[in-house]
Design a binder for this molecule. Structure first.
Ligand code: ATP
Ligand code: FE2
Length: 337
């Protein structure tokens, strides 16, 4: 017989990924490929070509690694948005093809909500405040009246996008976030005194919202004026993370909730995890994050949300299966929680 499972396809931007979840909600790690341009940012058309070139190899990889049989497939979920149009359409087309060929339900899901649900499931959080920190998004979110409401967000670029741009300006290709983390750590370790003095940068908090482009420009200027790249990386992280955590703390205070859940690619960073932990402990609450493979874009989170949606709302009709580049976190009714 074998285990019955749902397939999840992620293709919003740089990553093409097939993941799975069993019918009893057990996540199965994804088989993924990330496009890494040698220069410049992500070009939507090139990323879409990367996705279609890698589709069959990745799907075969998922099936063989986890001994999954297509005969036991009970649904196909895919990211319906938000994201880059050409990339989204590759994922949606692959999903429609598999759903039609295998005669199983098709489920279009909201990528941002998938980042939240994988964290809730893996970390066992019930009703957290979420700090969703990725390349394209920086949002502080909580569930209220059947939706994930955005209490605060970036007004310009996402925090990860800011880190990637800063890294790229100084010679590190995408994704730059992990390189900045390494450089910041080198700086931390090279400074002997217990307290480390940071470089001055603008503060990114604007009421309950955030803004990162001023921080990026100021950090670039510091390096141009001769400050060490490692020292600027450390200060950049401290400023950007402190700002995000300040807004998250205010959201905890306003809502009276006790749990903070991190999600999105930047939640891989050990320093933002540490800072979240300190803030939550000081308030008598707790901070949580899923393993790194479930922070970055992955097919497993899409499969999981697909299963939740299939059980609560049902499948997506073919006519409604078009992609939506501008889909927002708060546009999807949370019928399963
Ligand atoms: P979304 O569509 O949700 O905005 P995304 O396309 O940005 O997602 P993710 O995989 O969620 O994709 O996040 C990628 C981002 O995470 C990149 O900006 C990358 O630099 C950043 N990132 C990954 N690891 C780290 C790290 N250790 N420290 C800081 N940033 C990181
Ligand atoms: Fe993402």
């Amino acid at each position: 017989m074998g285990v019955r499972w749902v397939l999840g396809i992620e293709s919003t931007a740089h990553t093409f990924s097939f993941g799975a979840v069993t019918e009893d909600r057990e996540p199965i790690p994804s088989s993924s490929s990330i496009i890494r341009p040698t220069e410049g940012g992500i070009h939507p058309r090139e990323a879409a070509d990367h996705h279609s070139d890698n589709a069959s190899r990745l799907l075969q990889g998922l099936l063989s690694t986890h001994s999954l049989s297509m005969n036991n497939l009970v649904g196909v979920a895919y990211s319906q948005g938000p994201g880059l149009g050409p990339c989204l359409r590759v994922g949606a087309s692959v999903a429609r093809a598999i759903s039609t060929a295998r005669n199983v339900p098709l489920i279009g899901v909201n990528h941002c909500v998938a980042h939240i649900e994988i964290g809730r499931t893996v970390c066992g959080c019930d009703d957290p405040v979420l700090l969703y920190v990725s390349g394209g998004n920086t949002q502080v979110i909580t569930r209220l009246d059947g939706r994930y409401r955005v209490l605060g967000e970036t007004m310009d670029i996402g925090i990860g996008n800011m880190l990637d741009k800063f890294a790229r300006h100084h010679g590190y290709p995408f994704p730059g976030g992990p390189e900045i983390e390494k450089a910041a750590l080198l700086h931390r370790e090279s400074v002997k005194s217990p307290s480390i003095v940071g470089l001055e940068l603008p503060y990114a908090v604007q009421g309950m919202d955030l803004a990162f482009s001023g921080l990026l420009n100021a950090a670039d200027t510091l390096v141009e004026k001769g400050a060490s790249f490692e020292a600027v990386c450390w200060s950049l992280q401290e400023h950007a993370f402190a700002a995000s955590i300040e807004v998250a703390e205010r959201a905890l205070a306003h809502t009276g909730k006790k749990e903070l859940l991190l999600g999105g690619g930047v939640a891989c960073n050990e320093r933002i995890r540490e800072m979240s932990d300190i803030m939550c402990r000081e308030r008598g609450g707790s901070a949580h994050w899923p393993p790194k493979m479930y922070c970055i874009d992955n097919g497993t989170m899409i499969a999981l949300l697909g299963l939740l949606q299939l059980e609560s709302i049902g499948p997506t009709e073919l006519l409604d299966s078009g992609v939506d580049q501008m889909l927002r976190t708060d546009m999807t009714p949370v019928a399963w929680a």
